[in-house]
Ligand binder design. Structure first.
Ligand SMILES: [Zn+2]
Length: 213
């Protein structure tokens, strides 16, 4: 019957004003998330970390393309499978200040009495990750599912950055794996915040059995 909180990618590079891939207003949700982590309803708190090698395929510079270009990824194991995506500025490179958790989140985690874990994703250079459960091809799986399973978690609450990429995809993966899944919208911000993007996001969540509260 356990509930888990998943705090997605609240890392320096995703935070204004100086993060290399700052999510607009992302800094406004950090202290709220830190308080939420301390709520006694959680059986387990998981904090995820985007954790890229410098050679990561999602970095525009590695394809000699401008940041935020559209790109077609090819599956590392099957060249007939492709997927459209976006190329990013260099962000969350392993062991750099930009990949560190926001200081408030790191400090809260350190003091947390509740069972807590850090799950890294994005460390295989040849593939993009949005979900904290798996790469975009569903080939490589992180330890997140087995971790939640081992803790008897049925309900998953997802917060963090960015709503329209890693939060959304982590929530959809969780729902597909059978967890009752909710995104808490006061504790997340998106890269695209216009009303058209929000409307299509909401529709996608409904279609995938993810609640937005
Ligand atoms: Zn990334």
């Amino acid at each position: 019957m356990g509930k888990a909180l998943i705090v997605v990618d609240v890392q320096n590079d995703f935070l204004p004003p100086s993060g290399s891939l700052a999510v607009p207003q992302g800094d406004q949700v950090v202290s709220g998330i830190a308080h939420l982590m301390q709520d006694d309803r959680w059986a387990c708190v998981v904090v995820t970390q985007d954790w890229h090698p410098k050679t990561h395929t999602s970095f525009a510079v590695n394809h000699q393309q401008p940041d935020f270009s559209e790109f077609t990824y090819t599956s590392p194991t099957d060249s007939s499978r492709t997927q459209r995506g976006m190329l990013w500025p260099v962000h969350c490179v392993q062991d750099t200040p930009g990949s560190e958790l926001a200081p408030t989140i790191a400090a809260t985690l350190e003091e947390l009495a509740t069972d807590h874990h850090v799950v890294k994703k994005g460390y295989l250079a040849d593939r993009e990750y949005y979900s904290a459960f798996n790469d975009i091809w569903g080939l490589h799986k992180t330890e997140l599912h087995s971790l939640l399973d081992r803790h008897g978690i049925n309900d998953v609450f997802v917060v963090g950055l960015a709503l329209d990429y890693c939060v959304k995809n982590t929530a959809i993966s969780a729902a597909q794996l059978g967890y009752r899944t909710t995104i808490l919208q006061d504790y997340t911000r998106g890269i695209a915040n216009d009303s058209k993007s929000m409307a299509s996001l909401k529709q996608e969540l409904v279609q995938n059995d993810v609640a937005l509260k």
